[in-house]
Design a protein around this ligand. Structure first.
Ligand SMILES: [Zn+2]
Length: 386
């Protein structure tokens, strides 16, 4: 909408329209700007922020995973001052670049307090990694107790996540599904079809991923490769539904995407991370053609140069020049909010929803504002509407 106006009352959008009414209380002209709902970064790992520039880009995914494991082992403990300081700085960076809501995946719960004291809304996903699990119910139960010990705030909620099909036992996926089904509020996240090594491992049980599990002492000799694709495996396990965020999808086939679309599962694409980790280029055109819901994430600072979601949109635009800019912007707002089950408050500008809105400076005379917004917006162009 051009020449729009909106009214804010107690932090909520009260009204909006095309031509301002005469009885407005206090009018502020925002100038030559595009007003958007605060963006939604549907996939990041804020607890890895201290690993910025610590793990160089890799030619193949398993090499990159080895790099992260080594960096985490050699690095500071999860609550060390430099880890917490890096999380705090990252939250500042996310906010300054116009993001209002994050899907934050972690293994340490170190981000919980800091997010609670920040202006961000969040779903903090407590993530399970356990390939060899003699008692899968106990693994999930313990994680559930850990998050239940944290009282949710108005803006920060907790849920559970599985790391990936190559790092979580099939019975842990099933136990997690049951736990999530019992919870009142339950988006769930999983890294899925990220690399060719993952696809090979699920298909045949062989390859560099198998070697890595053996090297880590995590291999389970009783595990039988499910065959098929990672998406088929999780779907046949009953794991995929409309509450699941399937992160990456770089190696998904068209029939994988059809399955996800049928289940209502959201893809979260993180193209800059995929390039960094050696996973490859995500098939963004195919994502949109398939009708699957597409959200956007930056992934962590261990595999992305920054946490600016506008920069992620620019990477998507470069890979998929024919996807309409409006669809990319929808992914960075409405789809992300829906995937995180925060669409009652975030993702669109609507009466009753949160007024966490951003004004992005647009050069005068810009004819296609949506296209401009997916071309790479810098944090200096973004301000929060007070
Ligand atoms: Zn991730």
């Amino acid at each position: 909408m051009n020449d729009g106006w909106f009214a804010v009352d107690h932090g909520r959008v009260a009204a909006m329209g095309h031509r301002a009414p005469a009885d407005r209380v206090r009018e502020v002209d925002l100038g030559d700007v595009a007003v958007l709902p605060g963006l939604v970064n549907a996939h990041t790992h804020l607890e890895l922020s201290h690993l910025r520039d610590a793990v160089p880009p890799a030619a193949d995914f398993v090499s990159w995973v080895r790099g992260v494991i080594a960096a985490r082992r050699q690095g500071p403990s999860p609550r060390a001052p430099e880890v917490l300081g890096a999380i705090r700085d990252a939250i500042g960076e996310v906010t300054a670049s116009g993001t209002a809501l994050v899907g934050d995946v972690g293994n340490t719960l170190a981000t919980w307090d800091l997010l609670g004291r920040s202006p961000l809304a969040a779903v903090v996903f407590h993530e399970l990694i356990r390939f060899s699990a003699p008692d899968p119910e106990a693994v999930v139960e313990q994680a559930r107790r850990e998050i239940e010990a944290l009282a949710p705030t108005e803006r920060v909620r907790m849920s559970l996540a599985a790391h990936a099909p190559y790092s979580v036992a099939p019975l842990v996926f099933r136990a997690l599904r049951r736990a999530v089904d019992r919870a009142p509020f339950a988006p769930c996240s999983v890294h899925l079809s990220e690399s060719v090594e993952e696809v090979e491992f699920i298909q045949s049980g062989r390859g560099p991923m198998r070697a890595l599990l053996e090297e880590l002492g995590s291999w389970d000799p009783a595990w039988v490769p499910p065959g098929g694709t990672p998406v088929q495996f999780l779907d046949d396990s009953g794991f995929l539904d409309a509450g699941v965020l399937a992160v990456h999808g770089v190696q998904m086939t068209n029939s994988d995407l059809e399955r996800l679309a049928a289940r209502g599962t959201s893809i979260v694409t993180c193209p800059r991370s995929n390039g960094w980790t050696g996973a490859g280029v995500p098939p963004i055109d195919a994502f949109y053609r398939s009708g699957v819901r597409v959200a956007v994430g930056t992934d962590s600072l261990a595999s992305a140069p920054d946490l600016n979601l506008f920069a992620e949109l620019a990477a998507m635009r470069a890979i998929a020049p024919r996807v309409p800019a409006s669809a990319l912007l929808d992914s960075a707002t409405r789809q992300g909010a829906r995937a995180l089950a925060y669409d009652g408050d975030y993702g669109t500008i609507e009466p009753g929803k949160s007024a966490r809105l951003i004004a992005v400076t647009v050069p005068p005379g810009t004819t296609d504002v949506e296209e401009y917004l997916v071309g790479g917006i810098r944090p200096e162009q973004v301000r929060w509407v007070e």
